[in-house]
Ligand binder design. Structure first.
Ligand SMILES: *[C@@H]1O[C@H](CO)[C@@H](O)[C@H](O)[C@H]1NC(C)=O
Ligand SMILES: *[C@@H]1O[C@H](CO)[C@@H](O)[C@H](O)[C@H]1NC(C)=O
Ligand SMILES: *[C@@H]1O[C@H](CO)[C@@H](O)[C@H](O)[C@H]1NC(C)=O
Ligand SMILES: *[C@@H]1O[C@H](CO)[C@@H](O)[C@H](O)[C@H]1NC(C)=O
Length: 412
């Protein structure tokens, strides 16, 4: 029966076509999935499925500072043992000097804002005060500004509280920022790309900073919404030093008595790669803690030196000068040097026992700041030597209104 045979044939064809169609669909889905995971020819699949992805920063600078920064063997082993799987490209000071900051391309400044270092003032200078062809757009009624690259509608060149907001968490630290910044910008811009990151920060005398944080907490600050993201997890249940919703009215002795107070050595902790030292847990014995301290301090120094820029609260003019020369950008208004007399008065009110205790609790930060002061001096001297108009430029920092008629009497 020919009709029957034709029907059989047709059924077979339909089956075949369905089968081929199915294959095509699977292939297409496969291609879509692979290209989703492997944008920019860097396949991300392994990290997506690993339980605790570890991100690390690759610095493309020739490591001319390796003499200062070479890590002791045990730390080296620790770092080598934790294999990094995703790299973001970060630019160190030396390389920033060589190549400059290209606001039109793929360069992003990332501001690591440590509490009570004067970072709020500095952050405002960044969004409101830079002499740019396309300044940040700061609408009147909004707290934040849009700092978009020229000729783009949503590509931020500045990652900070007053531009992007706390996209990587409230006062995100080095560990959080390096892990999160690329993804956060990808999400904001709605597409993924490789950028070059210029990390910057401001550090402050540890005693002054600690007392300033103490007074802030005494007035009710908690920063309890900070994420404390580290090594692929969020440490939301870190113990609080206070009962109830905040620590309003706390006295200094009580503040210092809390052994897990995050104010202690805050600058070192926030600059270090915490994944090298067990994030926030697992260091119970004194020996463990000493080892952790050593690793954190070493890591913080290394990360600081690998940033494109840092400033010191106590050295506003020098900090501004170094910023301007590093990024080839100028501020319209000079950085104010806050009156240190007030901090000195606050310290004078403490007993010698209290001052000694504050020092002890911030001994890592003290060492970090000594390192930072020396590095700042070195950078300043280097830039000064290479600046044919140093005198004019420097006068603009310290005597903003006299820069045009510098009479040459001022010696630095
Ligand atoms: C701090 O806690 C007290 C009660 O413990 C509360 O009355 C006060 O509103 C809180 N302050 C802030 C800033 O949350
Ligand atoms: C701080 O700790 C010391 C020793 O543990 C104790 O004697 C002192 O009373 C504590 N001070 C406060 C204000 O909690
Ligand atoms: C440290 O203490 C925590 C909780 O107190 C415990 O879970 C952990 O196992 C301890 N770690 C070590 C290495 O002893
Ligand atoms: C700093 O403040 C003190 C006390 O308020 C004041 O006497 C002093 O003149 C100030 N110094 C400067 C440089 O403004």
């Amino acid at each position: 029966m020919p009709g029957c045979v034709a029907l059989e044939n047709m059924k077979r064809w339909v089956k075949m076509i369905r089968f081929i169609g199915g294959l095509c669909l699977v292939t297409l889905l496969g291609i879509a999935y692979v290209s989703y995971l492997c944008h920019n020819s860097l396949c991300l699949a392994p990290e997506r499925f690993s339980l605790s992805p570890r991100y690390s920063v690759s610095s493309t600078s020739s490591s001319s500072r390796s003499d200062i920064l070479s890590l002791p063997a045990s730390t080296g082993k620790l770092m080598g043992g934790l294999t990094s799987t995703v790299n973001i490209e970060s630019v160190a000071f030396e390389e920033a000097l060589d190549m400059g900051f290209d606001i039109t391309d793929r360069d992003v400044i990332v501001f690591l804002h440590v509490q009570k270092t004067g970072g709020t003032t500095f952050g405002r200078h960044l969004v409101r005060d830079l002499n740019l062809e396309n300044p940040c757009n700061c609408p009147r009624k909004r707290k934040r500004c849009d700092c978009f690259r020229p000729n783009t509608i949503n590509e931020q060149w500045l990652f900070s509280r007053y531009s992007t907001g706390w996209k990587c968490g409230l006062h995100a630290d080095w560990t959080e920022l390096t892990d999160c910044v690329e993804g956060a910008l990808d999400e904001y811009e709605g597409s993924s790309r490789k950028r070059r990151y210029f990390f910057i920060t401001v550090l402050r005398d540890p005693i002054h900073r600690y007392l300033s944080e103490f007074r802030h907490v005494q007035r009710g600050a908690t920063w309890k919404s900070a994420r404390h993201w580290c090594g692929g997890q969020e440490f939301t249940s870190l113990p609080h030093c206070y009962k109830g919703s905040n620590w309003t009215g706390v006295e200094l002795d009580e503040f210092m008595n809390c052994s897990y107070n995050l104010a202690h050595n805050r600058q070192t902790r926030m600059l270090a790669d915490l994944t090298l030292a067990g994030c926030y847990t697992g260091y119970n014995t004194t020996a463990d803690q000493l080892e952790r301290d050593r690793i954190l301090l070493q890591s913080a120094k290394q990360n600081l030196a690998s940033m494109a820029y840092f400033g010191l609260t106590e050295e506003q003019a020098m900090s501004q000068y170094i910023f301007e020369r590093t990024f080839h950008l100028e501020f319209a208004n000079p950085f104010d040097q806050a009156n240190a007399t007030l901090s000195a008065q606050a310290i004078a009110e403490l007993t010698t026992v209290q001052i000694e205790r504050v020092r002890q609790l911030n001994s890592l930060d003290k060492e970090l700041l000594e390192f930072a002061r020396q590095l700042l001096q070195e950078r300043f001297q280097l830039l000064k030597r290479e600046d044919p108009h140093f005198r004019q430029n420097w006068l603009r920092m310290i005597h903003p209104h006299k820069s045009e008629r510098s009479d040459g009497n001022f010696l630095v």
